[in-house]
Design a binder for this molecule. Sequence first.
Ligand code: S3P
Length: 173
Amino acid sequence: MYHNIVLIGMMGSGKSSVGHCISQQYGLPFIDTDTLIEAKIQMPIRDFFEKNGEPAFRKEETDCCHALRQYKHNVIATGGGIIVTKTNRDLLKKLGLVIYLHASAEQLLLRLEKDQTRPLLNTPNKHAKIEELLLVRDPIYRETAHIIIDTNNTPEAIASQIWEGYQKPGLKK
Ligand code: S3P
């Protein structure tokens, strides 16, 4: 059996909603890497980016991936950029069944239009930034994931789709 369910995908792809659904429907504890990191750094991620820059945040994500290796049978939602370093991608694959929640740039923009919390979207043209990030990251998410799921469905339906994959004997390590 895979150790955990690991959700990857862009900001606004629904990792938290789907993660909470899996947790509620199937009783797995829910963990969010951004929440763990914020507890460690003792400040909002946006402030940390401003103060220390993106590379320092990526390093926190790597430390977080290492710390997560002690967790078994949890559902883990990750920050959208956790996959940008190869070290993190390799660590994520070892953590469990990796699911890429795919959403189009238009869907993401709809969900993130009013968001003020994501430092990378603190820019005048959010749409262009989302498109740019998606273009670079989509192939990386695909390469990292064991399963790719389109997020057109409800979080409940996506949760049960993921659960089926998690239970499949063919997918056990
Ligand atoms: C980021 C996504 C955010 C958070 C940080 C950077 C990114 O997480 O980790 O703002 O680089 O895409 P969510 O995907 O949970 O919004």
